[in-house]
Ligand binder design. Structure first.
Ligand code: MN
Length: 730
């Protein structure tokens, strides 16, 4: 029976145990304040409302959080459910407490249910992003735990929806935060309502076998204790049945009945030191028969959520397999309470690099954050570079922070962006340059007669995606036809005058001609001819003399120095029409096939050189590619040609990077995560073991130029345990 007295007494007892100096009068003031505010409310079971915040505060003390967090837990429903205000709470209990209560309130108001599995990760990220302070997340988890414990008083519909949300959001979060004990409890209660029959089956089986199970566990426990006492290893040993949900999941995954299920028993041996862990392991393997392939050393390689233990599965004399987990007391605390336990250890202490790593990995950081700042302020700001908003149908869209309805519209579809005439945020008409906030619901108003994006949008929008699509529109909708028309008439006029077109892209003469024409680039000039700002006759007239002069100079040069390479003699027209293929111009060759060498995958900005292959056009290598080192040999020399990057808007280029790393858990995830933050298109990510405890990753992706490539290379280098990142050399 839950009573005020029981919760209150337990909360105070735990609190004075781990924080002996706690100001109990302050705690009492918060209890009285909350009790007074909630006095008109009753719980669903008819008990006074204060029971709930008190129970939540009790769970928070079990996690070992500080006084402010306990106060915030006591007050966590005041803003949402009563006339209490942020200001009042701040005045009475301080700013930190008021902010935490506000944070919990925000999470309470947000709706974290979604029917789409793919959205779960985003929901969890949004949850974190909205929380800002890790203590807010922990209070909210405690809140949910107590609500789950009292779920029987809710309506069946509410039970289902809350339990789903618990499975989708809270249990995975508890897991990620390393809070195994709470995660198990959440899962077991949720299963009870979501799959009542399966739950009942397992429970009744366990009830029926209770005596048998206990006898078995006592025997094993006795054997282990006897041995360890005999060799003077100070230890605590106990057996347990794995939690219901994990049994359920195993049955599902292995398609087995409970009777057939492998290892439902788990034993824990908790010792004082790491060497003792390995000693115990030796004794366990000596006492029982080892099941091969089931030993896992999570002490030397902790799980991503920092879980540490040795796991091994053995078979006792009765032929029943069971798992033994061996750990130290500190590892045990961390396994049970995760981030909270860790936080407890570090209270008042300095955070060091390794601790930061831990928290960072726990929360799957997506950006670099300052280690010291992070631990000291306990802020969850790793998702600050993202904002999560909803479509009216509840789909979550993640956008760069500061994004506007314009970004949202283009994230939905370029057609939506191009026909946008306005936007609604949370059902109210809003300016299309309004910065979006986490949890906003966006609706884009479109019209068939919309005139398309305006040029201002390019400076308003925050996402590259929107910017690219808007640019595409401008290029496509109007410019493209202007440019095409303009180019056609310009080229016709050049031909009429007997002038080669190739010289317009000559690196020296080109800019000179453009200057004569008063344009920055050829596209603009073609566009101008296209829409009639300039006639082709006039344009050619202005540059005719310069071209003829250049042609003459070129001919003189040729006669003095025989060209290494010529195009086929009858392709005069083609020769005059030299242009870029795949973004590359080959000197003296027109419109030939261009391929990028697989060995060195050059990207724009790299120094490059071309090789005329037999029948496959020109293959482009990086200048420093080992395959080009024979280029000066007489037999080959004639086949190497100068090539350069055309100055056109680049399409993405595929390239590869090779990583050499020290093997550890979670490395692949770190690499993948880093690649997502770069927002380039990832094509392949492969890993393999290398000798000497190392591993290698090959990352294949698309970049626009070498600058972008170098930026990514540097980012990858910054991942811990990455030794070297090389350009691909197959
Ligand atoms: Mn609550």
């Amino acid at each position: 029976m839950e009573t005020f007295e029981v919760h209150y007494r337990e909360m105070c007892a735990t609190l004075s145990q781990y924080m002996p100096g706690t100001d109990m009068a302050l705690i009492d003031r918060a209890v009285d304040y909350a009790n007074n505010k909630h006095k008109l409310q009753k719980r669903k079971d008819g008990s006074p409302y204060i029971i709930h915040p008190l129970a939540v505060a009790k769970i928070v003390t079990e996690m070992g959080l500080d006084t402010d967090a306990v106060l915030a837990a006591l007050l966590h429903d005041c803003i949402e459910d009563t006339d209490a205000s942020h200001e009042e709470i701040e005045k009475l209990f301080g700013q930190a407490v008021a902010e935490m209560v506000e944070g919990v309130t925000k999470l309470t108001r947000a709706n974290f249910s979604s029917t789409e599995q793919a959205q779960m990760e985003n929901l969890r990220k949004m949850f974190m992003a909205m929380s800002k302070d890790i203590r807010v997340v922990l209070i909210k988890i405690a809140d949910r735990l107590h609500n789950m414990r009292t779920m029987q008083y809710q309506t069946p519909a509410k039970q289902i929806s809350k339990c789903r949300e618990t499975m989708d959001i809270y249990a995975p979060l508890a897991h990620r935060l390393g809070m195994q004990k709470i995660k198990w409890e959440l899962e077991d209660i949720a299963l009870r309502y979501l799959e009542p029959e399966a739950y009942e089956d397992i429970m009744s089986y366990l009830r029926a076998h209770k005596e048998q199970d206990e006898a078995f566990m006592n025997t094993i426990q006795g054997k282990i204790m006897e041995r360890l006492n005999g060799v003077n290893i100070h230890s605590t040993t106990y057996g347990r049945i794995k939690h219901v949900y994990s049994i359920y999941r195993k049955m599902q995954a292995q398609d087995k009945s409970l009777e057939e299920l492998y290892d439902v028993y788990a034993f824990r041996v908790i010792v004082d030191s790491i060497p003792d862990c390995y000693n115990v392991l030796g004794h366990i393997h000596d006492l029982f028969n080892l099941v091969p392939g089931r030993f896992k050393d999570y002490i030397s390689t902790p799980k991503p959520n920092m879980y540490q233990s040795l796991h091994t599965t053995v078979i006792g004399s009765q032929g029943i397999p069971f798992e033994v987990q061996i750990r130290t007391w500190e590892m045990h605390e961390i396994a049970e309470y995760g981030v909270a336990a860790h936080w407890k250890y570090k209270q008042g202490g300095e955070g060091n690099e390794k601790d930061f790593e831990w928290v960072r990995r726990l929360l799957e950081s997506q950006q670099d954050t300052d280690a010291e700042d992070y631990l000291q302020s306990l802020k969850i700001d790793m998702f600050d570079d993202e904002v999560f908003v909803f479509t009216p149908k509840g789909r979550i869209v993640s956008l760069p922070a500061g994004s506007t309805p314009i970004d949202f519209a283009y994230a939905i579809h370029s057609g939506v962006g191009n026909s946008m005439i306005g936007a609604k945020i949370n059902n109210r008409i809003a300016n299309i340059d309004t910065p979006l906030k986490n949890g906003d619901i966006l609706e884009i108003l479109t019209s068939k007669s919309a005139k398309g994006p305006s040029r201002d949008w390019l400076t308003i929008c925050k996402s590259n995606q929107a910017r690219t699509k808007i640019k595409q529109w401008f290029k496509k909708e109007k410019r493209e036809e202007n440019v095409a028309h303009g180019r056609a008439s310009f080229e016709a006029e050049m031909r009429r005058n007997g002038l080669p077109l190739s010289l317009t892209i000559d690196p020296e003469l080109g800019p000179q001609l453009l200057k004569k024409l008063s344009f920055d680039n050829w596209e603009d000039m073609y566009a101008a001819i296209g829409y009639g700002g300039l006639t082709a006759v006039k344009a050619v007239g202005r540059i005719r003399d310069d071209i003829n002069r250049a042609l003459k100079a070129q001919q003189n040069e040729r006669t003095q120095q025989p060209a290494v390479l010529r195009t086929s003699p009858d392709s005069e027209a083609v020769k005059n029409n030299r242009h870029a293929v795949n973004g590359v111009v080959v000197e003296d060759i027109d419109s030939c096939m261009i391929k990028f060498a697989k060995c060195c995958t050059p990207v724009p900005g790299d120094d490059i050189i071309g090789f005329i292959t037999k029948g496959f056009g020109v293959s482009v290598h990086r200048n420093d590619c080992p395959n080009t080192k024979n280029r000066h040999e007489p037999i080959q020399a004639a086949r190497w040609v100068r090539v350069y990057w055309a100055n056109q808007e680049a399409q993405p280029f595929e390239t590869t990077l090779e990583l050499e790393c020290i093997t550890r858990d979670g490395l692949l995830l770190d690499v993948a995560t880093m690649m997502t933050t770069t927002r380039v298109r990832l094509k392949e990510l492969n890993g393999k073991d290398l000798p000497g405890g190392k591993s290698g990753f090959t990352v294949k992706f698309e970049v626009k130029d070498v600058t972008e490539l170098e930026a990514i290379r540097n980012k990858l280098r910054s991942i811990p345990d990455v030794i070297e990142v090389r350009r691909g050399q197959n």
